[in-house]
Design a protein around this ligand. Structure first.
Ligand code: BF8
Ligand code: SF4
Length: 653
């Protein structure tokens, strides 16, 4: 659309036509984006990339020389192992806390709702509410949904503290796995407790044994996956509805030239859901018309976009690296944000247009943005105000600068565990039978972010393509799901891209070979599904032919997810190297020794072809272990991480 090629730079940065067009415009018009800033940061700090720098106290900052010539200990005496383990522990606590605090916000609103406050929210799935309540021991017979919900909320609020021996949803974990966690001392007790303890242990002079620190890091991750994130997912389902299959559209083509466009960016559905409702208010639609627009178009970005797509079929503008580029369309009246993964730079990009950046969480203010403090108890009223602000910006739009570069692609979402089991007739048996027969070899969760160090979406798409064509079912969440959607891999017709076995199953059920399970907190659905399959077969999760992959991860939250997925027994392949390679001992533990204790480990493989081969081999090994028919996969080359120069950290510019 721009007619310019800019020496092919944009084609190296992203595989998507919509993003390429916007990057070309940004470059032509001198608008700075994430890729420019990544280039300006080169060379990035090698000590930090290896995890070898520490600034946990004022005797530092310290660094360890990876070549053995300079200092081998920090001022306090901490060596490479201690420093790398502490840094990783704090990273996991950062990610786990983010998901869990999001979960707490949902939980507190749910609690208010059961006490007759927060009246703009409802109990949308009472059946699920009663099921969850019964699961954690709340009496349900003859009681109102509100009374049951109030007791459920109290129990889950206690899960954040330390009153209980272990988290409520740990009861979903197969007994044999729980016993493993108990013997390692990593059963998560309280959500806040594990995170606070991680910060305590990593203060100078506390936990100076890297193995001990890393075990607690796993427990901290588990408090996210089976705690904060799971609470966020389950109560969002209760309040907003448990997702069922739904078709929508994705990429920048979802914006409308003749409508007020509002992008919802961030994570928490409490805000985005009421904004979607307000945008349908006839009074506000009429206001938009009176100002020359034909209507109001709400679109999603990142994980709150996934929440809206999964439950409401709201179209998706894009994933992480699209947040600046969507502004460059000139077609957005407002970008409304809550928290997490929102680049501060959006305020500067928006200044080049008429677009309002509206921040809403008192935890997440952006200098230069308009702040509208969101209070769930006045959710509907505040959402109206926000939509009105967007509409009032429409007359300021410069229509000559509106550039919507592509037509949208259709995609299907809505595959909650309940929806997947529903599609199978209410039991995992058909899926287990298909896996046992080898029609489907196994399943892989491909999750996580975009990272500007890699060509946007390339790894997600290529890894997924290779897995489905080899009859491996792919489950996706977060920004990965958006990548697959843009590539057309998430439609029932995409069954044609799958191998003959997976194709036949998808065609029989009318489902895509790549199932969208939701936002990043919804990775809790992935581990819950794994637990259901393991229980059905009477085995532990690590025996199942499963794997995880985070090909383009960037966020602390992704590290927390990886840690609970691995601790739950699912080996996970990372496409970007984590900052641990300064300690060969830590690498050996995470990429090797862990397998002996939790039955899973981390693998780093940036090449999607190699990653797919490694995963296929892993899945066939698990099949063999279960006594199922297996095939020998031609051996993949170097796949396990080894200490050395980090990969996946160079600039793609
Ligand atoms: O929680 S996948 S870039 S938006 S961290 Fe962020 Fe990564 Fe996207 Fe959602 Ni998840
Ligand atoms: Fe240096 Fe130790 Fe302080 Fe870290 S904790 S900054 S290694 S003295």
């Amino acid at each position: 659309m721009s007619g310019t090629n800019m020496n092919g730079r944009s084609r190296r940065l992203t595989i998507n036509e919509d993003a390429q067009a916007m990057i070309d415009i940004a470059q032509r018009e001198g608008i700075e984006t994430v890729w420019d800033r990544l280039a300006a940061q080169q060379p990035q700090c090698g000590y930090c990339a290896l995890g070898l720098s520490c600034r946990n106290c004022a005797m530092g900052p310290c660094r360890i020389d990876p070549f053995g010539e300079g200092p081998q200990k920090g001022v306090c005496g901490a060596d490479a192992d201690v420093i790398v383990a502490r840094n990783l522990g704090r990273t996991i606590a950062g990610g786990s806390s983010s998901h869990s605090d999001h979960g707490r916000d949902i939980l507190e609103t749910f609690s208010s709702l059961t006490h007759g406050e927060a009246t703009c929210y409802q109990i949308a799935d009472e059946e699920k509410l009663r099921r969850l309540a019964a699961e954690v021991g709340v009496a349900t017979e003859g009681r109102t949904a509100e009374d049951v919900g109030a007791d459920l909320a109290d129990i889950l609020l206690e899960d954040y503290g330390t009153r209980r021996g272990s988290l409520s949803f740990v009861g979903r974990v197969p007994e044999v796995r729980r016993a493993k966690w108990d013997s390692l001392g990593i059963t998560p007790r309280g959500v806040d407790r594990e995170n606070v303890e991680m910060l305590h242990r990593t203060h100078m002079g506390v936990d100076n044994d890297y193995v001990n620190t890393l075990l607690h890091a796993l427990r901290t991750g588990l408090s996210d996956g089976w705690g904060g994130s799971m609470i966020a997912t389950e109560l969002s389902d209760v309040m907003f509805g448990t997702p069922t299959p739904v078709t929508s559209e994705v990429n920048l083509g979802v914006l409308r030239t003749d409508q007020v466009n509002i992008a919802m960016h961030g994570h928490n559905p409490m805000l985005s859901d009421v904004v979607v409702a307000a945008a349908q208010d006839p009074e506000l639609v009429e206001l938009a018309r009176s100002l020359g627009a034909t209507g109001i178009n709400v679109v999603g970005l990142c994980c709150t976009g996934n929440e809206l797509l999964m439950r409401r079929g709201v179209p998706m503008a894009g994933n992480h690296l699209m947040q600046e580029l969507v502004l460059i369309t000139g077609a957005l009246e407002a970008m409304v944000v809550d928290y997490q993964c929102i680049m501060p730079s959006i305020v500067d990009v928006a200044k080049c247009y008429h677009t309002k950046i509206i921040s809403t969480s008192d935890k997440a203010k952006f200098t230069g943005a308009t702040h509208v403090s969101f209070d769930p108890k006045r959710g509907a009223e505040i959402a109206h105000r926000i939509v009105r602000m967007a509409i009032e910006a429409y007359p300021d739009r410069n229509h000559d600068r509106v550039r919507i570069p592509t037509k949208p692609v259709r995609m299907m979402g809505g595959f909650s565990v309940e929806a997947i089991l529903g599609a199978l007739g209410g039991t995992p048996k058909p899926l287990v039978d298909a896996i046992a027969a080898g029609t489907i070899r196994g399943a892989v969760a491909v999750v996580g972010c975009n990272n500007p160090k890699l060509p946007q979406d390339l790894e997600h798409i290529e890894l997924t393509r290779r897995l489905i064509e080899n009859d491996i079912l792919v489950l996706v969440t977060g920004c990965a799901a958006v990548a697959n959607g843009k590539a057309g891999q998430m439609l029932p017709e995409a069954a044609a891209m799958a191998g003959p076995g997976l194709r036949s199953v998808c065609e029989a059920l009318g489902i895509p070979p790549v199932l969208h399970m939701g936002s990043c907190v919804d990775n809790s659905r992935v581990v819950a599904l794994a637990a259901v399959l393991a229980d059905f077969l009477g085995v532990d999760i690590d025996q199942l032919p499963l794997a995880g992959a985070a090909p383009e991860w960037y966020s602390e939250k992704a590290v927390a997810i990886g840690s609970y997925v691995v601790a739950s027994g699912i080996t996970t392949v990372l496409g970007v190297q984590p900052a641990i390679f300064g300690s060969p001992h830590v690498v050996d533990l995470l990429a090797g020794g862990l397998d002996d204790v939790v039955g899973a480990k981390f693998v780093v493989e940036p090449d999607p072809a190699e990653a797919a081969l490694w995963i296929r081999r892993h899945i066939e090994t698990k099949r063999r272990g279960l006594g199922l028919p297996f095939v020998e996969i031609e051996t993949a080359s170097a796949t396990e991480p080894a200490a050395g120069v980090p990969v996946g950290t160079g600039s793609a510019t």
